[in-house]
Design a protein. Structure first.
Lengths: 393, 137
């Protein structure tokens, strides 16, 4: 995974919504056509399609994994397609595959689409899926654990260790939603940004997690076109160049996850990715974080040394990560701000990274955005993949 | 809208059968590697430290401290709603093993990180699940 080997040169996205009448293939058509048109390439220039796996949708997964997309869209130049699944880390792996395909000559231009439609999945299936996802069926699930409870366990320990208050935790939601309210692709676009008091007044789901600190499942999709860094430079179009990457595996089973090892993993992967990119944290203009739950953001802020140890929550409460603050952070508002589209939130975050570096983020545009840190994480947090992206090679 | 209401039981692997037989006898067993002396949780087919198949079991003291916890009040699967509120915790056994469990026999508001607890076994569909309760001083 070398510096500047690939670049995102086209992006497409549809608004996140709860819209059962919008079929998965509607989204695939719209996002892929937007991305290819945005790249300046012709549809038949797309030689590879690497698809982000839609979690919780076995039928769609089957169609996509068995090669329907290039045929449906008439991608006559397509040489191969594959579906890639690492949960929330799927998109990072799609980009790795695209890099390998481009480097090895399989494809010169790769399309990376994602689609998820939660609204047509029967509610009992959804509830059961998210109760079992990312937890062990022998050692965790029988006790009545859920995704929300796993986050509550992490947050309670963090608050115990650091003295972070419920108000500071709640302020993360306010920060994320301040970006989302200005994002036309967010479920919460144009909606009121909830105050700390309003977050804490919402129902307590499980300590310390309130309803407004959780996620709303929604439908969405996006797509990216990726070419080699050299080709992107020749095309003289706005692009996002991948400059560095680092990853660490933690554990598949949440109970075995060493919280200190996770924090260290967040820190080390960021440092390694920045070294590969040839930058320091002072160069980063946007910390584009994907963690799915707001409660984990203060931990990440401290691990990245954006906030001093024990003061991650305080930084959010001071508004430093909010729209208009001095630390641009998760400018689509992560899953709590965007609406949760399964592993698609990580895809949407990459699209936002490219959008910011291309200078297309409108009201949310980070001034003179040259370097973006972006992470993804899969399952209930089995790993962390840190990447650095730049607007130039 | 029909929800599956049967409470789940552990999906047992051949190499974890002994653990669940132990809980039915009121014993909390820990798998150990006879070659590298590692204490192993959760039980594996081979030692995750040295890949030895020379594995055995010891009985744990059943005493632990709460590393972290979260008390559920809603948004759990319908099959667990009759038990709300309930507290899920990670507990650290004196033997150095961390496991997920339920904290029972106390009010949720009395549960604290660092609290000393002891194992108690709760029957479900032929299994005995290891829950923990505060140690009375």
């Amino acid at each position: 995974m070398g510096r500047g080997k690939i670049a995102i040169i086209g992006i497409g996205e549809v608004p996140t919504a709860i819209m059962p009448e919008r079929k998965p293939w509607d989204i695939i058509y719209d996002t892929c056509m937007q991305a290819v048109n945005d790249s300046g390439l012709h549809k038949n220039d797309i030689e590879g399609v690497v698809i982000v796996s839609p979690q919780a949708q076995p039928r769609l997964t089957g169609e996509l994994s068995f090669g329907k997309l290039p045929e449906e869209l008439g991608l006559k130049g397509c040489r191969d397609t594959v579906l890639c699944n690492a949960g929330g880390a799927s998109t990072s792996n799609c980009l790795r595959l695209a890099e390998q395909w481009i480097e090895s000559g399989v494809a010169k231009a790769v399309l990376i689409p994602h689609v998820t439609v939660h609204s047509t999945i029967p509610i009992p299936e959804l509830v059961n899926f998210f109760a079992q996802a990312g937890v062990d069926l022998q050692w965790e699930y029988p006790f009545g654990s859920t995704y929300n409870i796993i986050m509550g366990l992490i947050a309670n320990r963090y608050m115990h260790d650091t003295g972070c208050t419920p108000e500071e935790m709640a302020s993360v939601v306010t920060a994320l939603r301040s970006w989302a309210a200005r994002d036309p692709n967010s479920l919460f676009y144009g909606k009121e940004v909830p105050s700390v008091e309003k977050v804490l007044a919402s129902d307590l789901l499980n300590t310390p997690l309130h309803k407004r600190e959780s996620n709303v499942l929604a439908d969405g999709g996006c797509a990216m076109v990726v070419v080699s860094g050299k080709d992107a430079k020749k095309m003289k179009r706005p692009a996002a160049y991948k400059l560095g990457e680092s990853a660490r595996y933690f554990s598949g089973c949440p109970v075995l996850r060493d919280f200190n090892k996770v924090g260290k993993g967040f820190r080390v992967t960021a440092q390694e990715a920045m070294v590969k990119a040839g930058i320091t944290k002072e160069d980063v203009n946007l910390w584009n974080i994907y963690l799915a739950y707001p409660l984990a953001h203060p931990i990440m802020a401290e691990a990245l040394e954006v906030a001093p140890t024990g003061q991650g929550g305080k930084y959010f409460a001071l508004g430093r990560m909010s729209f208009g603050g001095d630390i641009p952070w998760s400018t689509i508002g992560d899953a709590p701000g965007r609406g949760h589209t399964g592993s698609g939130v990580s895809a949407a975050t990459y699209v936002e990274t490219a959008r910011q570096l291309m200078g297309k983020a409108l009201e949310r545009q980070v001034k003179d955005c040259r370097y973006v840190y972006q992470n993804t994480s899969g399952g209930s947090g089995f790993n962390n993949i840190a990447t650095i992206w730049g607007r130039e090679l | 809208m029909e929800f599956e209401m049967t409470k789940p039981v552990p999906e047992v692997q051949p190499w974890s059968t002994r653990f669940w037989e132990g809980t039915k006898q009121g014993k909390l067993l820990i798998q150990v590697c006879k070659d590298c002396k590692a204490k192993i949780f959760y039980p594996r087919k081979y030692c995750p430290e040295c890949w030895s198949g020379n594995l055995d079991w010891i009985e744990a003291s059943g005493r632990a401290t709460i590393y972290t916890f979260s008390t559920a009040y809603s948004m759990v699967e319908p099959k667990f709603m009759d038990e709300l509120p309930y507290t899920i915790a990670y507990v650290e056994l004196l033997e150095g093993i961390r496991m997920m469990t339920r904290i029972v026999e106390c009010k949720p508001e009395d549960i604290k990180i660092g609290m000393e607890v002891e194992v108690v076994f709760v029957e479900r569909s032929g299994f005995a699940l290891p829950y923990f309760r505060p140690i009375k001083k």
